[in-house]
Design a protein around this ligand. Structure first.
Ligand code: ADP
Ligand code: ADP
Length: 232
């Protein structure tokens, strides 16, 4: 089953002379309980695909689905609710609130939504991200790697159907990046979560179960069980 998918996805920015076809007929599914990486040269449409699949931006034509829900059929309120309840996000910038503790940052989106994280799930998550002894620290007291681990925990706190990560290791040194990638992999393999990650780094992509390759807004290749050498 697909946790998320797009069918015949077309995304056009601008009009006439300035028109850019960022997505030019992409169909791809992101299977549940799998870790999928999206690779491709700069400008190939990776971020656009992720944003449209996650309901952060709308397609010009074609369909984007989270589970069986087609996103273009939702009004703004329902789309906001769907993003809140079923999707998690990790970005290159950690986007943590400096005045809040680690524990408060992890549950902030749920607190704002008036939702309560499942306590057992939260305990497991805190152990998997390795932040138990940092729960009452502020982000400024953490390394970059630790801050991104907080952002990962925040993305998974509400047990979303799928977590989208856009260059999650882009701001990290290779060792911290490796920790965050291992962490994303563990959420998939040990906790049955679904992750879709945009990256241009072959070492990062090698953590995924499958890599899909974009070029000029088209899906040009896909590879199971990638290695850093094979995706270069
Ligand atoms: P990637 O993530 O692979 O670098 P993007 O999805 O960011 O690629 O961009 C794909 C194409 O769409 C590029 O040509 C880019 O310049 C263009 N593009 C992206 N966002 C916008 C936008 N908001 N307005 C106009 N063009 C855009
Ligand atoms: P990580 O393996 O998570 O990247 P580091 O090895 O970079 O962590 O950091 C080791 C320890 O040093 C961390 O436990 C953290 O508490 C502390 N530390 C690292 N960077 C900073 C920083 N910029 N400010 C405060 N403490 C830091």
């Amino acid at each position: 089953a697909a946790a998320a998918r797009v069918i015949d996805a077309v995304k056009v920015y601008g009009v006439d002379d300035t028109e850019v076809r960022a997505l030019d007929g992409v169909s791809v599914d992101f299977p549940a309980a799998r870790f999928t990486a999206i690779m491709g040269p700069s400008g190939s449409g990776k971020s656009t695909l992720m944003h449209c699949a996650a309901g952060l931006d709308s397609l010009t034509s074609g369909g984007a689905y989270i589970g069986d829900t087609e996103l273009s059929g939702l009004d703004d309120r329902r789309l906001t609710l769907l993003r809140r309840d079923r999707i998690g996000f990790v970005f290159q910038a950690f986007n943590l609130l400096p005045t809040l503790t680690v524990a408060e940052n992890i549950t902030l989106p749920m607190d704002l939504a008036g939702a309560r994280p499942d306590p057992e799930w939260l305990e497991t998550l805190i152990d998997v991200v390795g932040l138990r002894d940092r729960l009452h620290h502020r982000p400024s007291e953490l390394s970059g790697g630790q801050q991104q681990r907080v952002a990962v925990a925040r993305a998974f706190a509400g047990q979303p159907d799928v977590v989208f990560a856009d260059e999650p290791t882009g701001n990290l040194d290779s060792r911290s990046g490796e920790e965050v990638l291992n962490l994303l992999g563990r959420t998939v393999r040990e906790m049955g979560r679904t992750v879709v990650m945009v990256t241009h780094d072959p070492v990062a992509a090698a953590h995924a179960d499958e890599v899909i390759f974009l070029a000029d807004g088209r899906l040009v290749d896909r590879m199971q069980n990638p290695t850093a050498d094979s995706v270069l």
